[in-house]
Write a protein that binds this ligand. Structure first.
Ligand code: TRP
Length: 450
């Protein structure tokens, strides 16, 4: 069985893969407008504190369990359990993780497909194919199906190539491109008229809003989604890390990259919105708040690009290319969760497992597309509001209570002989035992009662 296991070949490879998973649509279309609408720099401060004090410990729980067991979530939770009952509950939790990761991919791929379609639309528009361009940007059944399948196929292609040859290699290529593209776009947008007003709105702190309990819980939910927590994604990536690596350090770097890119995205999106306003595009919704999420990406920004002539077309291609890359390095991490299980625990060859599971996910996406108005938001709520926090809770309980303390320490010593005296070891065990589960329960309670 050991021969089917992949491994990241370098520290850089892991960091690119894990931050590739973390940096996704959530960072670029969710974070900036949420920050702007909720107290600007004050929201940012709350988000930073939460990400490091709560999301980071939960990320570490997954990474440490994964690296210790060197296996998928189902086997890993079984391996650290002390009684058959706990082992079975753990395995069931791991299974639920596979299902939820796959369901997240089934809606994520639809949105990612739109990004690819919009990128192509600008490209063919540039060549004068107006009709094709319109088909690509209009919300139609054919367009939705074609681009969802295309995106899932691309994801499956990378995952089929394996951990080193597929996931690591492509993350190492795509993540630097993503960061450079983002910086170039920011530099360009900041030169336009109206941009500084966007920066002002983004960064002006208003603490009266950001300290409300409702908002803190919402920021935490966003941090969990952004770090890909609660479905075993990070556990699986942790399982491919070599034993001599210092995990708390690697996890810290990944958290830092994820947060930095979310914050940086604000320097692109917020100025862009106010440039759009300057150019006569409506950027506020009926309730007076900033337009966000899908309307922002697929209506406001394209309208802005349209006011910019040929330059706008280039900027549009670059922007949607950026979004497509961000989505791809995230989607491969979702597919890998089930593929890791199928190859290790079921003995299916990777070259069969990845395409077959991808077909199952494409089938789920098809259902969602056919009954879009009902299923799309339902699947999102089910997976991200309920599934992720609940399973994140189970991972923390297994890392904090079920797994013996000595076992955890031994695992940490592999990459840092002095782990016992580290600051991490003084603080983290308490967090993962008490603080994280309590907070997750609060999010969950809020999500259920809301
Ligand atoms: N973190 C990614 C984003 O911000 C999405 C993502 C990747 C994810 N893997 C995940 C979300 C697993 C939840 C669970 O877009």
């Amino acid at each position: 069985m050991a021969s089917t296991r992949g491994e990241f070949s370098s520290r850089f490879g892991f960091i690119m893969a894990a931050s590739g998973s973390a940096v996704g649509l959530g960072n670029i279309w969710g974070f900036p407008t949420q920050a702007a609408g909720n107290g600007g720099a004050a929201f940012l401060a709350v988000y930073l504190v939460l990400a490091f004090t709560l999301a980071y410990p939960a990320l570490m729980a997954e990474l440490i369990i994964g690296r210790h067991a060197h296996s998928n979530p189902v086997q890993a939770l079984r391996a650290i359990s002390r009684t058959p009952l706990l082992a079975n509950i753990g395995a069931a939790g791991g299974m639920a993780g596979l299902v939820i990761a796959s369901l997240i991919l089934s809606f994520y791929a639809i949105v990612a497909g739109w990004m690819v379609a919009f990128c192509l639309a600008s490209l063919v528009g540039l060549m004068g194919a107006e009709e094709a361009s319109q088909w690509l940007t209009a919300f139609g059944l054919g367009r939705n199906l074609v681009f969802t399948y295309l995106f899932i196929a691309l994801t499956a292609l990378i995952v089929t190539a394996g951990v080193k040859q597929g996931i690591e290699r492509w993350s190492e290529r795509l993540m630097p491109i993503l960061i450079i593209t983002l910086l170039v776009l920011i530099a360009y947008v900041l030169t336009l008229e109206g941009a500084t007003e966007g920066l002002r709105v983004y960064l002006l702190p208003d603490f009266s809003r950001s300290l409300s309990p409702d908002l803190i819980l919402r920021a935490l939910g966003a941090a969990f989604f952004s770090l890909s927590l609660g479905v075993g994604t990070m556990l699986v990536y942790g399982s491919y890390v070599k034993d001599d690596e210092n995990l708390p350090l690697l996890g810290g770097v990944v958290t830092l990259i994820d947060i930095s890119i979310a914050v940086l995205a604000g320097f692109l999106i917020m100025p862009a919105m106010y440039v759009a306003l300057q150019n006569g595009v409506e950027i506020f919704g009926e309730d007076g708040t900033l337009i966000s999420e899908d309307t922002l990406i697929f209506t406001v920004l394209p309208e802005l690009f349209a006011t910019m002539g040929t330059t706008g077309v280039i900027v549009s291609i670059t922007f949607f290319f950026l979004m497509s890359i961000a989505a791809l390095t995230s989607s491969i991490s979702m597919l890998e969760v089930s593929v890791a299980y199928a190859t290790e625990s079921r003995g299916v060859k990777r070259r069969w497992a990845a395409p077959l599971i991808a077909c199952g996910i494409a089938a789920a996406s098809t259902l969602i597309i056919f009954d879009f108005s009902n299923l799309f938001s339902m699947v999102i709520t089910l997976t991200t509001r309920y599934g992720q926090p609940l399973l994140g809770f189970i991972f923390c309980l297994y890392a904090g209570w079920i797994w013996q303390r000595d076992g955890v320490l031994q695992e940490l010593r592999k990459g840092n002989p002095d782990a016992e005296h580290s600051l991490f070891w003084k603080i983290w065990p308490w967090y993962v035992r008490l603080v994280c589960p309590t907070i997750i329960l609060c999010i969950f309670a809020q999500a259920t009662l809301a």
